[in-house]
Design a protein. Structure first.
Length: 422
């Protein structure tokens, strides 16, 4: 889809020539597209790019994959193979071509219903950053949204939530929730029809399936007069908040297109799952959102895993435009309701009398600094030199602009330690 226009900034000012680069891959190694904004592109280069794109299409279209899936289902267990190297369901006629690849045999219907377990997670940090929900968190999200009365879920970059909804719906008769998955991972087109999955780029709101896919999404949002639908998204954490927000606003606008009295000011309900240190960035674009204390855990993320003992705290939270008091967090995990803040908070989150709010962001008990006039992390001290609270070990110098992500000095957002697992 379309590239994004980037500008280098220093001290808040734009500097130098602006350029276009790939919206989805933040690493030039994954996609080398680069073009100056004012560059004249020759016919030859244009043709070369088109040629390159043609040669880098997936082996089958979504439609073809749907047909292949049907044929696959008709095969006896002994003939159901999945190529691990190509991440592809194989039909017997294709075995030959993959003979020196690793493959899985006897693929059961249950396996076909949980593709997120069958496919390997694309952990490539800068592009896909596929971190799958731990069962506990996925269950919690699903229970939460069904308890709130939602019946349709627009799953944007949440394949595991989508999968849990799909398999529950096929197993339990009374369970009537449906989900539409929008994701850039085209491997999922092998397992879902065109009404269940759209190949989508959330950094530029591009539907690879064109107008038909657009229409699928629009129809889904407009069912039941647009009621009972919620969007749940869990984007890669290295992603540009600005680009994501712009796409999400377009999805919200799509929902709002319904002609209905008194709808004008409403927003499509949304859960945006993202680390807490992005709170101010998200609120810049969505002032109606608030951050919930619930810690979202992942299966394949060493840092954000929920352990029985010595649990590491996940920095990932739910941002929502729903009324905070409606978001009931599990009391058996220690969350409790603060009657003053009118929301559920972490066990360690103490209501600060001075700030008049439960101020902890990371789940630990924060302390109030009278000089800074706000609550700060427990490990921080007020430095009279810097005139603010910071780590005791720091060099007292007013640095220029800090990291775009965490605000700290000494590194750029691309190498922000809060985004990667060491
Ligand atoms: N926790 C979620 C997965 C989140 S990982 C779950 O368990 O369901 C981020 C997801 O966003 C991945 O599925 C990845 O394929 C998808 N993604 C990454 N970049 C994307 C993009 N540019 N557009 C759409 N989806 C993207
Ligand atoms: Zn293969
Ligand atoms: Zn409180
Ligand atoms: Zn305070
Ligand atoms: Zn201070």
């Amino acid at each position: 889809g379309p590239a994004l226009l980037f500008a280098k900034t220093s001290q808040g000012k734009e500097e130098g020539r602006r350029f276009y680069a790939c919206s989805a891959c933040r690493d030039r190694k994954d996609c080398n597209f680069f073009q100056w904004e004012d560059e004249k592109v020759s016919e030859a280069r244009l043709a070369a790019r088109e040629e390159y794109n043609r040669n880098h299409q997936p082996p089958f279209t979504h439609r073809e994959n749907v047909g292949r899936y049907k044929s696959f289902l008709l095969l006896p267990l002994s003939k159901r193979r999945f190529c691990q190297e190509c991440q592809q369901l194989l039909l017997p006629a294709e075995w030959e071509k993959h003979s020196d690849h690793q493959f899985l045999c006897d693929i059961t219907t249950a396996q076909l219903k949980s593709p997120s377990q069958l496919l390997y997670p694309l952990e490539n940090k800068k592009t896909n950053a596929q971190y799958l929900f731990a069962d506990r968190s996925c269950q919690f999200l699903l229970n939460l949204l069904t308890d709130l009365g939602f019946r349709r879920v627009l799953s944007v970059g949440t394949p595991r939530l989508h999968e849990m909804i799909q398999s529950k719906a096929s197993q339990e008769e009374e369970f009537s929730v449906r989900s539409l998955l929008l994701d850039i991972d085209f491997r999922y087109s092998q397992f879902y029809t065109e009404d269940e999955f759209c190949h989508y780029n959330m950094f530029n709101h591009h539907f690879f399936g064109g107008e038909a896919a657009h229409e699928t999404c629009r129809k889904f949002l407009h069912e039941e007069n647009g009621e009972k639908v919620i969007m749940v998204t869990d984007p890669p954490f290295g992603g540009l908040v600005e680009a994501l927000a712009s796409s999400f606003k377009k999805l919200m606008a799509m929902w709002r297109e319904i002609e209905k009295e008194g709808h004008a000011k409403e927003e499509m309900p949304m859960f945006w799952i993202f680390p807490y240190f992005f709170e101010s960035r998200i609120l810049d674009f969505f002032p109606s959102f608030s951050m919930m204390d619930y810690q979202v855990d992942y299966d394949n993320h060493a840092l954000y895993k929920h352990g029985k003992t010595g649990r590491r705290q996940s920095p990932v939270r739910i941002f929502t435009n729903l009324t905070p008091s409606l978001i009931v967090l599990p009391e058996e995990e220690g969350y409790r309701f603060c009657t003053i803040c009118q929301r559920y908070v972490s066990p360690g989150n103490q209501h600060c009398e001075i700030c008049n709010s439960c101020t902890s962001k990371d789940g630990r008990r924060w302390k109030h600094c009278a000089l800074c006039k706000k609550c700060v992390k427990p490990s921080w001290f007020h430095c009279n030199n810097c005139n603010c609270c910071t780590l005791q070990k720091h060099s007292c110098e007013k640095t220029d602009v800090g990291c775009f992500v965490c605000g700290k000095a000494g590194h750029k957002r691309s190498s922000c330690p809060s985004l990667s697992c060491p």
